[in-house]
Design a protein around this ligand. Structure first.
Ligand code: URA
Length: 259
């Protein structure tokens, strides 16, 4: 009995250890150091070490928490949590999984995929732009809480021009369908394709911006998120593209939150 218990525990521990091991190329990609292809080249040139030993195989396994990895002589400071910025395309769900429809997680390249990742906050299926994907639940909660006053900025194309009355109503706080929305900022910004606006909200209620314009007898034709707090969408990212955020960029989310 005792031996059986020991066996179970040991095999469980072994499995856990195996799960926690990661391929060298995946590790370097997740740490925003280089791509898988670049890792292969660096390894070939003998420029990568793991625990003081020159790496021979980009697929070799290491313990991300424990192993000391250097690239071209520089030690990699491991970041446990992953923060990704995606330029969400229209037609994709901001959910972790869906049986039928494509989600933002389905768009991640395999080297950036990890267990525990989720989109922090919802964008409608037809909304495009800045989406944060992370495995840091605490940060997501802080970023999404209206109490944190992290404003999210959107660019909307509209069916009608924004008036001074609309701006004042947004500033005061709109109510629609028995629901009250917190004060929001609104600027008229027409586009070459018609009327438009920039809107900043600090909540993330269902279809919030669409409903706020509806309450003003206006209609959102397209919606794109440009900014979360002080973090702007990287305009070099094409729709559906994703990249790792640096620590400084993650901090920008909470910068300048009091507009
Ligand atoms: N408001 C909306 O109406 N839709 C979004 O996707 C985000 C904010």
């Amino acid at each position: 009995m005792k031996t059986g218990g020991l066996f179970c525990r040991n095999s469980r521990e072994k499995k856990k250890e195996e799960k926690e091991m990661e391929r060298l190329d995946k590790f370097l990609t997740s740490q925003n150091i280089c791509t898988r292809k670049e890792t292969a080249q660096l390894v070939k040139k003998g420029l990568v070490t793991v625990d003081g030993v020159c790496a021979k195989d980009p697929g070799q396994k290491l313990d991300p928490e424990q192993s000391r990895v250097t690239v071209e002589g520089k030690e990699i400071a491991y970041r446990r949590r992953l923060y990704l910025m995606m330029n969400k395309p229209r037609g994709v769900l901001s959910a972790s999984q869906d049986k039928q429809r494509k989600t933002v997680l389905d768009l991640l390249p395999p080297e950036l995929f990890r267990r525990g990742l989720f989109p922090a906050g919802r964008l409608d299926k037809d909304t495009t732009g800045l989406m944060l994907i992370t495995d840091d639940g605490e940060l997501a909660h802080r970023m999404l809480s209206p109490k944190s006053h992290v404003y999210k900025r959107y660019e909307a194309r509209l069916s009608k021009r924004v008036s001074q009355e609309d701006i004042a109503a947004f500033e005061k706080g709109i109510s629609q369908g028995g629901e009250a929305f917190a004060p929001a900022r609104l600027w008229a910004e027409d586009t070459p394709n018609g009327p438009g606006a920039i809107v900043e909200i600090r909540e993330g209620k269902f279809h919030q911006i669409k409903r706020m314009f509806e309450a003003r007898d206006n209609r959102v034709l397209t919606l794109k998120r440009l900014k979360i707090g002080g973090l702007s969408l990287d305009d070099t990212l094409g729709e559906g593209e994703v990249r790792v955020l640096s620590e400084a960029e993650v901090k920008q989310i909470f910068d300048g939150k009091l507009y």
